[in-house]
Design a protein around this ligand. Structure first.
Ligand SMILES: O=c1ccn([C@@H]2O[C@H](COP(=O)(O)O)[C@@H](O)[C@H]2O)c(=O)[nH]1
Length: 273
């Protein structure tokens, strides 16, 4: 099954647009995991098990694994998710971007080593830098467009001679020229709901990965109003820290599950789902 089909099935079976972000910060782990060599895997595995009923996808952020020489734990985690939650899409947040020959290796890493369903990529080296990912026809390629951080405006808001900002040029390029196989999505931050609406207006029903609710303070209602597609779906709304670290005591699993459920419900309240 190709990524977009898997995502549509997940939206429908879970009734959720929430993506649970896996940003395992070892300093914030509960006491029971401190000092364990497999702590990163065990933390993420538990989080996935307890939040999966409330999620349409999970998004491991690769830096939290590679910084701790824990790529093997990411590999094991992705294999675990595939075996135990086969209907839950895995979006590898790597934000890759490099010349084609190197991109081929990054694509293999994402789709073969980690078996991810989709990967995030940076468009600023142009089409040939994304082509190696697009050759994996069954996989999703999610392109940075209007990122959630304030500094994203430094470049993404630059306008061309007609007054079109760069992020909208990216949205149009992806929708009209690069998405020939229907496998692309865009990253648009929840901290910029007006821009989410402008992107949605340009790209039809293309899936949007929307980080920035929770710890970054993005408004859930404004995000859903701006980003939903004609069918009330179209979004993977990510929350990482607000779910992962909702509790720090013995009840950390239950706290994460409750936070995920509450976030799903807040999203659905606006969506009418
Ligand atoms: O524009 C972007 C693109 C990606 N991210 C990633 O999403 C999560 C957000 O974590 P929170 O704890 O929910 O703030 C993190 O992995 C970022 O690398 C983003 O925030 N903004």
């Amino acid at each position: 099954m190709i990524f977009t089909q898997k995502l549509e099935c997940a939206w429908s079976s879970s009734g959720s647009l929430l993506t649970v972000g896996l940003d395992p910060d070892t300093k914030r782990f509960p006491a029971e995991l401190q000092g364990r060599p497999d702590a990163i895997f065990e933390f993420c595995r538990s989080i996935v098990d307890v939040t999966a009923p409330y999620a349409c996808a999970v998004k491991p952020q690769i830096a939290y694994f590679s910084a701790h020489r824990a790529e093997d734990q990411l590999e094991e985690l992705c294999a675990y998710i595939l075996a135990h939650h086969p209907d839950l899409p895995v979006i590898l947040d790597a934000k890759r971007g490099d010349i084609g020959s190197t991109a081929e290796q990054y694509a293999r890493e994402a789709f073969e080593r980690y078996q991810a369903d989709a990967v995030t990529v940076n468009p600023y080296m142009g089409f040939d830098s994304l082509q190696p990912y697009l050759e994996w026809k069954s996989k999703g390629v999610i392109v940075l467009c209007r990122t959630s951080n304030a500094g994203g405006s430094d470049l993404q808001f630059l306008e061309d001679a007609e007054g079109t900002p760069l992020y909208l040029k990216v949205a149009s390029l992806v929708a009209e020229r690069w998405n020939t196989n229907g496998q692309c999505g865009l990253v648009v931050g929840a901290t910029f709901p007006d821009e989410i609406a402008k992107v949605r207006a340009r790209v039809g029903s293309m899936p949007l990965l929307i980080p920035g609710i929770g710890a970054q303070g993005g408004d859930i209602s404004a995000t859903v109003r701006a980003g939903r597609d004609a069918g009330g779906n179209g979004m993977m709304i990510n929350s990482s820290r607000a779910i992962l670290y909702a509790g720090s005591g013995d009840d950390w699993r239950e706290a994460a599950a409750l936070a995920a459920r509450a976030t799903r419900d807040a999203i659905n309240a606006e969506r009418g789902g």
